[in-house]
Design a protein around this ligand. Structure first.
Ligand code: 5AD
Ligand code: FES
Length: 351
């Protein structure tokens, strides 16, 4: 084994220089994926957890330069789902074997904390054995606490980039990395299983930025780590920037798996969008989660963060079956379970 991968697998860490050289070459890719896959198998076996994604609003008060549902995109057709529509997505998902529902949306002030709490507790009442994950941006600590009390289990909030200067290049001045990080620490303090992550190949991103992302994730130690390639969207200010690559994304999935053997790492939809077998390759490089869409088919084509998003015409059941086949072909198996994060402590008890 190359010394650098052996060190990463053995200690979960590398120096900045070592990381830069590992990330900067395709020389070790085969060995890197294999070692990361071994690490995921030693904790999660061949299990793949599925999350039913309910994209409940594409209204957003923010204006991130990369995102297709940014406020400034007047071409986006906007929609909101009612609590009833969300419950019916969850009911369909439950029948299909989903035991985690992810409520994802733009930052949409239409949904008051009270409404969110009703939606969360409504899902938990209907499906007590399920986890509810929230993912709709920055909120006050008080709001996060209210959702937690209503029964929410997890929160996904990517930091996007851990370099403040780079953060300012991707977002308008109304947003800051400091606020984003504060939300993440608040969520952890409250008790959520927290997810964070970043886009690979976002405009102006440097290798030093990526290393800062890896360092921030080492500090945060999130339960979930989501990374996917940046993909340009034709109606954003970043329309002319190139998208990120499958190769660099996979390499980083493997590095993250070796740094965080217990983390839940999705093979993202963005990865499946830039390569037809992207999600399968993500699983083989160390990912252990997939997040298919449960949104009603009628609104799916409007939740477009980037161009050419996959699965926008498919029914939930079609995605479920398609994924079953894809996951099996890659050598893993979807399990019907909440799929909570495992910890080193739990593993010790188990053996
Ligand atoms: N390409 C890839 N990922 C994107 N996201 C937003 N816009 C894009 C894009 N153009 C990601 C962000 C966000 C997550 C929900 O989707 O990282 O946190
Ligand atoms: Fe949606 Fe394959 S996962 S069609």
């Amino acid at each position: 084994m190359s010394g650098i991968i052996e060190k990463l697998a053995g200690t979960g860490d590398l120096t900045d220089g070592e990381l830069a050289s590992l990330i900067g070459t395709d020389e070790h890719d085969g060995e890197l994926y294999k070692t990361a896959d071994e690490a995921r198998r030693s904790v999660y076996g061949t299990d793949v957890y599925i999350r039913g994604l309910i994209e409940f609003t594409n209204y957003c008060k923010n204006n991130c330069y990369y995102c297709g549902i940014r406020r400034g995109n007047e071409k986006a057709s906007r929609y909101r789902l009612t609590a009833g529509q969300i419950f019916s997505c969850a009911d369909t998902g439950y029948e299909l074997g989903f035991r985690t529902f992810v409520l994802q949306g733009g930052e949409d002030p239409h949904y008051t904390d009270e409404m969110i709490c009703e939606i969360v507790s409504g899902i938990k009442r209907r499906h007590a054995d399920c986890a509810v994950t929230l993912s709709f941006g920055e909120k006050s600590e008080e709001s996060f606490r209210a959702y937690w009390s209503a029964g929410a289990d997890r929160y996904l909030l990517r930091h996007e980039t851990a370099d403040p200067a780079h953060y300012r290049m991707l977002h308008p001045a109304s947003m800051s990395l400091e606020d984003r990080k504060q939300c993440l620490w608040n969520l952890k303090k409250i008790g959520y299983q927290v997810g964070s992550g970043f886009m690979v190949g976002s405009p102006y991103q440097t290798v030093a930025n990526i290393i800062a992302d890896l360092r921030f994730l080492q500090e945060l130690r999130p339960a979930m780590i989501g990374i996917g390639p940046y993909i340009s969207h034709k109606d954003t200010p970043f329309r002319d920037f190139a998208s990120g690559t499958v190769e660099l994304t996979l390499r980083l999935v493997s590095v993250l798996r070796l740094m965080h053997p217990y983390a839940l790492i999705p093979a993202t939809t963005a990865l499946g969008t830039i390569a037809p077998d992207g999600r399968e390759r993500g699983l083989k490089a160390g990912a252990n989660v997939v997040m298919p869409n449960l949104s009603p088919t009628s609104v799916r084509k409007y939740y477009l963060l980037y161009d050419n998003k996959i699965c926008t015409g498919d029914e939930a059941a079609e995605c479920r079956h398609c994924l079953d086949a894809r996951v099996a072909l890659a050598g893993y198996g979807i399990v019907v379970a909440r799929g909570d994060v495992k910890t080193r402590e739990a593993k010790k008890v188990a053996v």
